[in-house]
Design a protein around this ligand. Structure first.
Ligand code: PGA
Ligand code: MG
Length: 230
């Protein structure tokens, strides 16, 4: 017997339309019909991947905020808090900069363990202030994230796999950036889409020929039904 391998999917750069923005609607059916757990592991704030699972019609298995928030479907775990990142944001603003998301800032409004800054904002002062607070700044290609260096997506994925009861050695991960490196390290097979950054390409078992959802859909077609331990 064969079945589908568990999946670990990033959102931005991975499920996005080939032009780079917005979820590609072609990913919804394969995700909904996938015959194994699908974990969404993202740098986005918690409500976004929850909503994606909800609208895709799959159980909510979510790593959000680059590992800061983990939801197993039963329990939510926080592996960092927002306090230090918030202090960095305030000092950055006091120095005359802006997070770059407008007055109501829906990017950070529900963010619980880190702060995201628009890529159009100056990063050097942000890095300097973050370093004073012992935090790191990572560039996902979609935002700068001011975060505790410890939490990462991979550890969150491990928590979910253990809770749900699947073997990560059987899992297939797809991603596009430095925040997917830890996921690639814990999943049995890892794929970087063609638009991935150097860190993700180096860490992946394979770099795909196609960008964004085109790359991801090519992996899903390839690995569907390839799990042989059932
Ligand atoms: O929030 C970001 O900057 C990137 O999100 P992603 O991890 O889903 O690609
Ligand atoms: Mg991404």
């Amino acid at each position: 017997m064969t079945a589908d391998p568990p999946l670990v999917l990033d959102i931005d750069g991975t499920l996005t339309r080939p032009e780079g923005w917005g979820i590609d609607p072609r990913v919804f059916d394969p995700i909904r019909e996938w015959d194994a757990p699908v974990v969404i592991a993202t740098g986005k704030a918690f409500p976004y991947p929850v909503a994606l699972c909800h609208f895709a019609g799959v159980p909510e298995l979510v790593v959000a905020e680059n590992g800061g928030v983990v939801y197993t479907g039963d329990d939510v775990f926080f592996t960092a808090d927002r306090e230090a990142a918030q202090a960095v944001a305030e000092e950055y603003r006091a120095a005359g900069y802006d997070l770059g998301w407008g007055r109501e800032d829906t990017v950070n409004r529900w963010r619980e363990t880190e702060i995201a800054v628009n890529l159009e904002q100056p990063v050097e002062p942000l890095r300097e202030i973050a370093a004073e607070y012992g935090l790191e700044v990572i560039d996902t290609g979609y935002a700068y994230h001011v975060k505790d260096a410890d939490p990462n997506k991979g550890e969150g994925v491990e928590v979910i796999a253990e809770h749900v009861g699947f073997d990560l050695a059987e899992a297939v991960a797809v991603g596009d950036s430095i925040n997917d490196v830890s996921t690639f390290q814990v999943a049995g097979r890892s794929f970087a889409v063609a638009n991935a950054d150097e860190a993700a390409k180096q860490a992946a078992d394979e770099v795909l020929e196609d960008v964004h959802a085109d790359g991801t859909l090519s992996v899903l077609e390839r690995v569907q039904g390839t799990r042989e331990d059932v």
